[in-house]
Design a protein around this ligand. Structure first.
Ligand code: NAD
Length: 420
């Protein structure tokens, strides 16, 4: 592209996901009808529901639940509480979930939910009323054999516990399999809270092998210090890497000698905020451009874009967040020789152990943490291998390869059911 040409970057996560699904389907030899079916969720419900606030007033919230495709099995995906939630974002997230489940060979299609709210400004009891009201609003659409929610940004195991309790009350029987990411005492799986980060760490290890980078002593930067980012920082630190930068929504911390990750973990709050406690911070923008070996975006969408892709110095980027890198930025990173492990593979550990949790709930028989982590390791390595080999064989980047692997099973199921 010449300097005078204005670069128009597509920051709409839904349309950019649609374009890569289209490309993946074309490469697999599918026609336009398949794309027409898979480019949008089969169902998207918008709900508005009232919640009584602590001061006695009533606030009306808007939420969504999208079910991308159920040709393979029930839909599955998290619920996000965030002020920036949009219908398009929830739809895109449901498409990503389908691809993730396809890559990991799970018997699910993708789903996703979100509520426009800021739980950081809400009391504990207000969050509980919001969680319960949202479940009442979507209860017709979801269920253990229809659509199984889980945690996502700013929702955690406590929120899952309230949601499971509300659903069980509506249905009048105990329904642990309605939602995953629950506390262990309520049917949660051992190892679920660290599963996304474990999956990311496995991808980092595999990518490092291929890039001939020694993990011991390697310099790691993690954007986001919530569920995914903080555990990942801890795993990398414990495996001998040097975590030189971390961040949250308010800023970033940097120390070239390596940060005290255990100390930061102790001091972070339940929303993954820690930098407010420090004076010497840098910006998230500066953090992403730090000289390092491994960069893990673990916060939100559209963080690596045309604006900063060329300044990324990491040799490996593993996406723990959903959608942190735009398609244009993916191209620039790939051209610059960066090994980019895309979100649909990088953070699949979360849905894999969510699947294990659901299986345990259905069986009423619970596994040891070791069994969970051995099975997670097996599935992640197999998924990484399949995507990596597809990328090599087709001379394409890991993102397109991941979409080809992920969408193939769904397209097959759609055809076999006679939908297309
Ligand atoms: P979380 O709410 O626990 O933490 C989010 C972190 O990102 C916090 O530290 C927050 O301060 C930070 N953040 C928010 N806005 C930011 C901004 N503008 N700039 C920089 N940092 C910002 O969320 P999480 O569960 O860790 O999820 C993080 C990402 O990982 C999301 O994209 C989510 O969809 C994805 N993910 C999470 C899971 C999971 O199991 N938790 C599974 C798959 C994917």
């Amino acid at each position: 592209m010449s300097v005078s040409e204005p670069s128009v970057e597509n920051l709409n996560v839904l349309t950019s996901t649609q374009s890569i699904i289209k490309e993946a389907l074309e490469k697999l030899g599918y026609g336009t009808e398949m794309y027409e079916l898979l480019r949008e969720p089969l169902r998207t419900l918008t709900v508005r529901f009232p919640v009584r606030m602590d001061n006695g007033t009533v606030k009306v919230f808007t939420g969504y639940r999208a079910q991308h495709n159920d040709a393979i099995g029930p839909t599955k995906g998290g619920i996000r509480f965030h002020p920036d939630v949009t219908e398009d974002e929830v739809k895109a997230l449901s498409l990503w979930m389908s691809i993730k489940c396809g890559i990991a060979n799970l018997p699910y299609g993708g789903g996703k939910g979100g509520v426009i709210c800021d739980p950081r400004d809400m009391s504990f009891r207000e969050q509980e009323r919001l969680a319960r009201a949202y479940v009442r609003a979507i209860s017709q659409l979801v269920g253990p054999t229809k659509d199984i929610p889980a945690p996502d940004v700013m929702t955690n195991s406590q929120v899952m516990a309230w949601m499971m309790d509300e659903y069980s009350r509506i249905r009048e029987f105990d329904s642990p399999g309605f939602i995953t990411g629950k506390p262990v005492v309520l049917g949660g799986s051992l190892g679920r809270d660290t599963s996304t980060a474990r999956g990311v760490a496995i991808c980092i290890r595999e990518a490092a092998k291929h890039s001939l980078i020694k993990l011991q002593g390697s310099r790691v930067v993690v954007q986001g210090f919530g569920n995914a980012g903080s555990y990942l920082a801890k795993f990398m630190h414990d495996s001998g890497a040097k975590v030189i930068g971390i961040s949250d929504a308010y800023g970033a911390l940097y120390d070239e000698r390596g940060l005290d990750i255990d100390g930061l973990l102790e001091r972070r709050d339940s929303f993954g905020t820690v930098t407010k406690l420090f004076k010497n911070t840098i910006t998230n923008k500066e953090l992403l451009e730090l000289d390092c070996d491994i960069l893990v975006p673990a916060a939100i969408e559209n963080q690596i874009t045309l604006q900063n892709a060329a300044n990324i110095k990491a040799k490996i980027v593993v996406e723990a967040a959903n959608g942190p890198t735009t398609m244009e930025a993916t191209r620039i990173l790939t051209e610059n020789g960066v090994l980019l492990v895309p979100d649909v593979l990088g953070n699949a550990g979360g849905v894999i152990v969510s699947y294990f949790e659901w299986v345990q709930n259905n069986q009423g028989y619970y596994w040891t943490e070791e069994e969970v982590s051995t099975r997670l390791e097996e599935l992640m390595i197999r998924s990484f291998d399949t995507v990596y080999k597809t990328a090599l064989a087709r001379s394409i980047d890991m993102r397109l390869a991941a979409y080809m692997v992920g969408v193939r099973r769904m397209a097959e199921a759609v055809e076999l059911r006679g939908w297309v």
